[in-house]
Design a protein. Structure first.
Length: 250
C-alpha cells in the first residue's frame, strides 16, 4: 500500500483526499518550530481514518542531551494523540546538513538511547535511513522496523541493509498526490494484505526482461478484477524464473 510522509513544508494537506487516492498511512514529522502544522496533520489524518505514525529528525551533532530532550518533547506532543503508537527515528544527518555531522559522536549509542526513551513510554520504534548513511555512520543492524530510502520508483519491499529487511520503503522523493504537495511516497504491506496468502505466478524466463513491464501491467489488471492488489516482481525463486506476486483478498 502507499504511505506518504509529510512535514511543515507540505501544503494543501487533506487526509480525506489522500485516503480517497489510495493512501493508507501518513507519517507526520514532529517539528518544534511549527507545532500547529503537525497537530493539524495528525488530527486531520485521524479524522479521515488513515493510519498515523510520526517521525523525529535526529540531530546527532547536539549529542546525547539534545537527543534526550528532543525525544521527551516528541513524546509529550504525541500524548495528545493515543492513536499514534509508532515513532520513526529519522537518521540521516551528515556533513552536508546545517549544522553538519561528521559521525565522530556516539551515533549508535544515541540511537539506542532515543529508542529506549520511546519504548519505555509504550511506543513501537523504527529507524528511517538510507543504506549509505547507515553503513557510514552506524553500521550495526538493529532488530527494529526499518524504513529505507531507496528512490527507484518501484512499489515493492525489495530492499534492506544486509539481513535487515525493510518494512517500509521510500521509493520516490518530493511530489504531489490528491492536491497535497511536498510529500514523499512510500510502500508498505498493510495488515489486510499480510492476512492473505500470496498467489505466485511463474510468469516468464528470467532472461526475458523486456517482457516484464507488460507482465506487470497484466498482473495488476488481473488483481484489480479480483478485488486484490498487485505487489510487484519478487526476486527469482526457481532457477530461471521470476516471480510475479499478487495478493487477493479472502
Amino acid at each position: 500500500m502507499i504511505a506518504i510522509d509529510c512535514s511543515n513544508y507540505t501544503t494543501g494537506f487533506d487526509a480525506h483526499a489522500l485516503s480517497d487516492a489510495g493512501v493508507g498511512r501518513v507519517i507526520v514529522q514532529l517539528v518544534n518550530e511549527r507545532i500547529d502544522t503537525h497537530i493539524y496533520q495528525i488530527t486531520n489524518a485521524i479524522e479521515a481514518g488513515v493510519e498515523v505514525e510520526a517521525y523525529v529528525y535526529q540531530w546527532f551533532s547536539g549529542g546525547h542531551e539534545f537527543i534526550r530532550q528532543r525525544m521527551e518533547w516528541a513524546i509529550e506532543q504525541l500524548s495528545y494523540f493515543p492513536e499514534v503508537r509508532r515513532i520513526w527515528l529519522d537518521c540521516e544527518q551528515s556533513q552536508s546538513d546545517n549544522p553538519p555531522y561528521d559521525g565522530s559522536g556516539d551515533t549508535l549509542g544515541m540511537i539506542r538511547e532515543a529508542m529506549k526513551i520511546a519504548e519505555d513510554r509504550g511506543f513501537e520504534v523504527g529507524i528511517y535511513t538510507g543504506a549509505w548513511w547507515w553503513s557510514a555512520y552506524a553500521g550495526e543492524e538493529l532488530g527494529c522496523p526499518l524504513w529505507l530510502a531507496q528512490y527507484d520508483g518501484i512499489q515493492a519491499l525489495d530492499c534492506g541493509i544486509g539481513g535487515w529487511k525493510a518494512e517500509m520503503k521510500q521509493y520516490a522523493g518530493i511530489g504531489t498526490i490528491a492536491g497535497v504537495n511536498g510529500i514523499d511516497f512510500n510502500w508498505y504491506v498493510g495488515e489486510d494484505e499480510m492476512s492473505t496468502s500470496p498467489t505466485v505466478i511463474k510468469a516468464v524466463n528470467a532472461d526475458a526482461f523486456a517482457l516484464l513491464a507488460t507482465i506487470s501491467a497484466n498482473a495488476a489488471a488481473a488483481a484489480s478484477q479480483q478485488d486484490g492488489q498487485f505487489i510487484g516482481i519478487a526476486s527469482p525463486g526457481e532457477p530461471g524464473y521470476t516471480d510475479i506476486v499478487v495478493r487477493v483478498k479472502d
